[in-house]
Design a protein around this ligand. Structure first.
Ligand code: NAD
Length: 267
């Protein structure tokens, strides 16, 4: 492999493994149960239809867990690298906002293909709201301004942590637009990931593709290594264990993210 600074366009894909050492459980490591729930009971559109309150409570727990976690050395190493390299792009399957929180200088805005724990949307028309709305509207002491919608980056971490602790609640608010249940703005199993056109464009134009902490079994992200390889990129996988896409990986580096990511991206 060439030195990193000789690659023109670098695309990085991250999965749950990069946040594992921040204390956020991956799905694959949990033997079919995710925080004691079967995935089909909490992370599918059918689950929300059947038992919306169970799904809402599951995501309330995950919001609080993510808000309490801190970005680790792997998240920080990607930001340091992006500051020194002109053309790096980050695609993440994670919904925990740790990439955003690591990026205080706005050097590496992530494309969040599976949504964000900090946003909710109207289950009828899809308009996206900051979770502040979901938590505060019922109390009658918070109403989002038009400009605040969809811009979770303007919210500080302290803001979230403070309010999730205070208002860790078990109700499902109604959306202000259609007056129907609001839902977590998360791409559930069986739903279409977000920003796919932009993602495919990035992948087909990169000359280095690096996959970090993802099991390679959740599609379409699982096809990105093959796509990058077909586009002529050098492909690297950093993970705790081998993944099924071996045929499309030029270089596999095994280990824990906080160890191997800073070593790989040191400049
Ligand atoms: P996954 O759980 O399927 O796989 C995680 C991978 O990371 C595994 O291959 C595992 O070996 C590896 N891993 C675990 N700990 C690691 C470490 N310390 N260092 C390096 N690698 C490590 O996760 P996925 O591939 O991202 O797909 C699961 C889906 O679940 C995604 O859609 C994702 O959005 C969602 N999810 C997100 C989060 C999060 O936001 N942090 C957490 C769990 C699941």
């Amino acid at each position: 492999m060439k030195p990193l600074n000789e690659y023109k366009k670098i695309v990085i894909l991250t999965g749950a493994g990069i946040s594992a050492e921040s204390g956020i459980s991956t799905f694959r490591d949990s033997q079919g149960l995710w925080e004691q729930h079967k995935i089909e009971d909490v992370a599918t559109p059918e689950a929300f239809e059947k038992d919306p309150l169970l799904v809402w409570k599951f995501y309330s727990m995950r919001r609080l867990q993510a808000a309490k976690a801190k970005p680790n050395l792997a998240h920080l190493a990607l930001i340091q690298f992006a500051k020194a390299h002109p053309d790096v792009h980050l695609i993440t399957q994670n919904v925990d906002a740790l990439h955003l929180r690591a990026d205080t200088t706005h050097s590496l805005p992530p494309i969040c293909m599976h949504g964000s724990l900090h946003e909710s949307s109207c289950s009828n028309c899809g308009i996206v709201y900051l979770d502040d709305y979901a938590y505060f509207n019922e109390l009658g002491d918070y109403a989002p301004q038009e400009t605040e919608l969809c811009d979770s980056t303007q919210r500080s971490h302290q803001h979230y942590l403070h309010h999730y602790n205070l208002e860790y609640r078990n109700f499902i608010p109604l959306s202000p637009c259609c007056k129907v249940m609001i839902r977590p703005h998360i791409v559930w199993f069986g739903e279409m990931p977000q920003h796919m056109e932009k993602i495919y464009h990035q992948i087909s134009h990169c000359d280095l593709f690096v996959s970090i902490g993802t099991s390679g079994v959740v599609y379409p992200a699982a096809s990105f290594l093959a796509g990058a390889k077909a586009a002529g990129a050098h492909t690297v996988c950093l993970n705790k264990e081998p993944i099924p896409q071996a045929a499309f990986i030029d270089e596999f580096i095994e280990g824990s993210a906080t160890d191997i990511v800073p070593r790989f991206f040191r400049i």
